[in-house]
Ligand binder design. Structure first.
Ligand code: 13P
Length: 258
């Protein structure tokens, strides 16, 4: 068992307006107890329009979840219509920012270079990136999964110090498992998370590799959370669909009891 503190993150994607967000946070706060938070970190990643509302509810009700975002730009300010700067998120007490999600890479053409620039900008604003990586089904079937994921991680981390890398979260999300109901087997997920950590070890050394947290994401549900989250190199989950249900997400947070 690792000594790294697990991080369970709910990526709401483009779901829930700010009223619905408030309701979900309140439901979660009843179901996730102080005892749970003793053992795991929990972050919620609402759409931008909900972040201020969620921040207010977390603050006023003293709910110990970390606030997260799904995306940001890498520039600090300027003529980038529609974009949000890292410092704007930091000002709202955002702690974790998802970077390089496969939906951003595939639908919005985010490149490895952009992901790397965002990782640096997020760290510069004193927040923690959750750096996503993952292979397509074709890449897995062709035996290229490890190469693809290793290259994505290496590119995303280029130019960081070992200390910075040790504080990161990396989320392994096989693209074929996202929103499909098809989860990687616990063995395959563990093998790839181990591979990611080994890649970090090779470049940044033992201390960074032993402290970087590696999440698994892709159809995580209460039914598979325990098996996935008890693997040696899996330090948490990045949860999509199931994070929209207070029952499901809180049961995932309580995976030890499943
Ligand atoms: P699902 O849990 O809906 O498969 O989504 C995973 C994901 O993309 C989280 O970022």
């Amino acid at each position: 068992m690792s000594t790294r503190r697990p991080l369970i993150s709910g990526n709401w994607k483009m779901n829930l307006n700010h009223f619905e967000a408030m309701k979900l946070i309140q439901e979660l706060s009843y179901q996730i107890t102080g005892d749970d938070i003793e053992l795991v970190d929990v972050s919620v990643h609402p759409p931008f329009t909900d972040i201020r509302t969620v921040q207010t509810v977390l603050d006023s009700d003293k709910i110990p979840f970390f606030l997260g975002a799904q995306h940001c730009h890498f520039e600090e300010r300027g003529a980038f219509t529609g974009e949000v700067a890292p410092s704007m998120l930091a000002k709202l007490n955002v702690k974790y920012v998802i970077v390089g999600h496969s939906e951003r890479r595939e639908i919005f053409n985010e490149t490895d270079e952009m992901v790397n620039a965002k990782v640096k900008a997020i760290l510069g604003a004193e927040m923690t990136p959750i750096v996503c990586c993952g292979e397509t089904l074709e890449e897995r079937d062709a035996g290229d999964a490890e190469t693809k994921v290793g290259a994505q991680v290496q590119a995303a981390l280029t130019g960081l110090t070992a200390e910075q890398v040790g504080g990161l979260v990396i989320a392994y999300e096989p693209i074929w498992a996202i929103g499909t109901g098809r989860t990687a087997s616990a063995e395959d997920a563990q093998a790839m998370c181990h591979h990611v950590r080994a890649g970090v070890r090779g470049i940044y050394g033992d201390e960074a590799a032993d402290s970087v947290r590696v999440q698994y994401g892709g159809s995580v549900k209460p039914a598979n959370a325990n098996e996935l989250l008890t693997q040696a190199d899996i330090d948490g989950a990045l949860v999509g669909g199931a994070s929209l249900s207070a029952d499901d997400f809180s049961r995932i947070v309580q995976y030890r009891l499943l």
